[in-house]
Ligand binder design. Sequence first.
Ligand code: DGJ
Length: 742
Amino acid sequence: MTIDDKIRVRSAGAPAEQHADQRRPILVAHSDDPSGTGLALFPQADALPAVWVGPVPAAGLDPDDAAALLAAVRPCSLLPQHGEGWFGRPGLSGHRLDSGTGGPAAGHDWSQLFRPVEAEHDGTRARVEAADPAAGLRLVTEVEAIPGGAIRARHTITNTGGQPYVVDSLEVVFPLPSRVGEVLDFTGRQAAERILQRHQIGDGLWLREGRRGHTGHDSATMMIAGVPGFGFGGGEAFGLHVAWSGNTVYRVERVPSGLGMADGGERLLPGTATIGGGELLLPGEITLAEGESYATPWVYLAATRAGLDALSAQFHGYLRSLPAHPRSPRPVNLNVWEAVYFRHDFAKLAALADIAADVGVERYVLDDGWFTGRRSDRAGLGDWHVDEHVWPGGLHRLADYVRGRGMRFGLWIEPEMVSPDSGLYRAHPDWILAAGQRRPPLQRHQLVLDLTRPEVTGYLLERISALIAEYGIDYVKWDCNRDIIDAGSGGRAGAPAAHDQALAVYALLDELRRRHPAVEWESCAAGGGRIDLAMLERVQRVWTSDMTDALARQAIQRWTGQLVPPEYLGAHISAPFSHQTGRYMPLSLRCGTALFGHFGIEWDLTAAGDDDLAELASWIRLYKQHRALIHAGRMVRIDTVDDTAWMYGVVAADASAALMSYAQLDEPVNDQPAALRVPGLDPLRRYRVTDVTPGTRLPRRSGLPEAAPAAIEVSGGALAEIGLAIPPQRTLTATIILIEAI
Ligand code: DGJ
């Protein structure tokens, strides 16, 4: 059977009576993406389909072959159930409330056993409907192969019983092959997002919970399980992402054994590992009345035998297929935050605009501090009117000045938040999220507005729309500096509303996007606290981190890039002495770091010397020359044993060019040159290799070669196998190598 075959299986009310043909395995995969992920479903008469997921072999995969090979194992379904003898964390945890039976008020129908009712598939999509009539539940599972090569799945559960059903958790779970033994994911904090953690998988549950009400600086971001030793350029790995901007669960679990009931017979299955995830639900948050449904977020999975870069390529390919993906060349941004903070002053901001325009900036973004009462972070949030004391007559003077210098004008807002010291809070103290009568803890002196109340979103919609229209704003940086904790809604007596709040944020943003289609949006949450695929379906940029020290930024960008391609990653050149670390960073590493993202500046250029400005201008020219390549090519990170120098870059999809960076992050371990190998070029084609690093190059120390040879011509095969020898460079510098097909 090919993946284009279409089958439809219907057996309403008689799940056990499927015909043999209706029990044929199904493969969900992208037929035009040979390096992608496939998911095989093995229908079973009286149980949810068992699943195989993995990289599809280049020659394709017949799901009948998969079924034959796995006949002795039949791993779990996408919803492993306690009721079928699954000893691990179940896919669904929930129970029914029933005070009228004389029995306990809760705890009914907690152990479900779903049986398939209907299934349909068309090669890139499958839908399986199942029911547990005794428990009064219906389940629909959808699986899709998506552009880029990954697959995604979600469950929807419906309460068909007469009493309310409380869903405690509903997660999509994928079985992993037994050779998988190592897990990698991310943690972090403000100004230190995407900190890598990697360890061996043992029996038990590795559970990452996001309880901050938005994606969070400590979000797992992508949980990757693989055959031990997987690297950037090789190794078998499975990367999972939960596309949700609220509370989340990511999990890898290994259970020593399970009770299998395949083909009607009991048998003890060998231990198996799984990877999965979903939304973390707060107590009682999803309580379904009869006929109501709850759908999980889409849970994405990419599988590969070619390492972490190949996983990224599947996610990047998907993001690049989205309608919201930025199509135009990413303009050079200047964000004024670190230049002036709350000290808004026309003369200073105009002087900044002058220098910015001179060095080649294309968009000027006015950050926090422009609205009523906002002289510090202690007041003003919610009062989205321009502060007349600071900006008499509004922002027109500055916006016009910026446009007069040939740049576009963008504005910062933080719609979901309110300062207790604000007109809005004084007028509507009941508009906040709160779990009862007590006031939730302050974080950065602020509280969260309850966006599940229509009057709140109505106010925000009107205010933001009015600002966009009045000032012709074509770029909005949407910030969110407080975790959405204690997120109860007054509309429901303080019961949890984190789920509905996340949906309300999407709805508000979607309506603004609909009303103002020309506006670009940047997702910021005290830096990179809200970076996930659901948000990325709506925005054109993320603020990767408040950490603008280039050395620390290298790691944050490297690992945020695991999910997000460079064109989304806001990357700014900041002051020589970092405002976060106090560390001195040479311009070379500051610019070289920004080059491989969405390039920008966050530096008080009025304090920069002429030499620095001239060098900055040449980096901006380099960025403009190559941004089409950087923002569309395949991201590559080169495996190395010496962490003092990182090598990475982008290779054009048609193998016509590559732009690579050799970043000397610390004192080299030894004096031996490193080989800058470039995978993905055409092995038979000849390429010109040129060192295009702007600025003056200082020798590292006498007696050693200073840099790569000025310009050479070699084959793509030689570049991939031997690599360009780069001698150790001065610490905290970036060397940029351009490779072009001749
Ligand atoms: C946090 C953001 O990450 C910063 O870039 C800046 O916009 C501040 N908020 C403003 O309050």
